[in-house]
Design a protein around this ligand. Structure first.
Ligand code: FES
Length: 133
């Protein structure tokens, strides 16, 4: 059901984990399936210098998380805010139609992490990382 590029990103995901001393944290859930994703970003002078993810979700969610983190490293926050799930799916050369909704998690987690970064600059901390249970 998945193409080779998606399977490779799923089997050998990049940027798995959590950045120590992150500057932005985004945690989002997919209402349709209950899966969740966390992205942490390291940001210097409004440029994303590192990105890591933890995803409790399906193969498409893991593949898109991995790809999205690779895509945003080196981007300014303004560029990263324009990264859409469509662009991540294009980078992966497509997902099955019933799996497109999974790619929305990565876009939303990056946006949430950038929003958190901007809030933290203003002294507002709203969220904590996902804890293992
Ligand atoms: Fe939940 Fe893919 S089925 S993110």
């Amino acid at each position: 059901m998945y193409n080779e590029k998606v399977m490779e990103a799923f089997k050998n995901p990049k940027n798995v984990g959590e950045i120590e001393n992150y500057d932005g944290l985004g945690k989002v859930g997919n209402a349709s399936c209950g899966d969740i994703m966390q992205i942490t970003l390291k940001i210097e002078n409004d440029v994303i210098v590192d990105a890591k993810f933890k995803t409790f979700g399906c193969a498409a969610a893991i593949a898109t998380s991995s790809t999205a983190t690779q895509m945003v490293i080196g981007m300014t926050i303004d560029e990263a805010l324009k990264l859409t799930n469509k662009k991540v799916v294009e980078e992966l050369e497509g997902l099955p139609p019933q799996k497109i909704h999974c790619s929305v998690l990565a876009e939303e987690a990056i946006k949430a992490a950038i929003e958190d970064y901007q809030n933290r600059k203003n002294g507002i901390v709203k969220d904590e990382p996902i804890k293992s249970v």
